[in-house]
Design a protein around this ligand. Structure first.
Ligand SMILES: Cc1cc2nc3c(=O)[nH]c(=O)nc-3n(C[C@H](O)[C@H](O)[C@H](O)COP(=O)(O)O)c2cc1C
Length: 217
């Protein structure tokens, strides 16, 4: 968009001045710089992201969260069905109340002196439910989540994708009142959640097995 505006601005200026002998080169150079910057920013966001499990205590500002959520729902999705339901919880009563139940079933978790809550200590949690009647819905939900994770990271917000807590929530009768509060429609099922917060750690990158990726001739 910035590159587009730069080019359009340059073209208008040419029309006004009636001559643009050296202008195209400059426009091209500016557009290239914008494109290079954008590429670098995207690659840097992807390659520096880490799962964060230690956060500052405050929940993510809701305006910032709204940007992250908008990035999520702009993810590619099958037939634009948007086959997800998304719930955001930053109420400590919800997070701590559910964690109290979790602690009863997982007493060992509290032995970790850094343990604050069952969402890997995140103060803001986004729950994602998939449409059980659509076979590609889990892909939609995964792409939605990655858009949120990366846009968050680009703004200095850490996150951790979490499968364990939703498994606990859906399989523990004692947690039913919390599941009910999420108000998930009948044909949808809770799939996973993502904890968000201001990072309070800077973990190293986990290794990746590049041998799993091959070009086939
Ligand atoms: C589907 C899924 C479920 C995950 N569940 C958990 C979880 O329950 N607890 C946790 O601490 N991390 C969880 N993670 C985070 C992974 O452990 C993490 O992404 C992986 O170790 C790679 O590390 P990185 O994200 O820092 O690159 C999950 C990630 C995914 C994609």
């Amino acid at each position: 968009m910035k590159a587009f505006r730069t080019i359009m601005g340059g073209l208008c200026l040419c029309a006004v001045l009636g001559s643009c002998a050296s202008a195209p080169q400059k426009e091209e150079a500016t557009a290239k710089t914008d494109e290079t910057n954008r590429t670098e920013a995207v690659l840097e966001t992807i390659m520096t992201r880490r799962s964060i499990r230690q956060y500052k205590p405050q929940a993510v500002n809701r305006d910032t969260m709204q940007i992250i959520l908008n990035c999520g729902i702009n993810a590619p999705n099958g037939q634009n069905k948007q086959s997800w339901e998304v719930r955001v919880v930053d109420n400590p009563d919800f997070i701590n109340g559910l964690t109290d139940i979790y602690k009863k079933y997982n007493p060992k978790a509290t032995e970790d002196p850094t343990f604050k809550n069952m969402f890997r200590n995140a103060p803001t949690v986004v729950f994602i439910a998939h449409d059980t009647k659509y076979d590609l819905s889990q892909i939609d939900c995964g792409l939605l989540g990655e858009n949120m994770i990366l846009s968050a990271w680009s703004m200095g917000i850490g996150s951790c994708c979490l499968g364990g807590p939703t498994r606990f929530l859906t399989s523990t009768p004692e947690a039913a009142e919390y599941l009910k509060k999420l108000d998930i429609p009948a044909r949808y099922e809770l799939l996973y959640c993502i904890g968000f917060g201001y990072p309070d750690e800077a973990p190293a990158a986990k290794p990746r097995n590049t041998a799993k990726v091959k070009f086939i001739d």
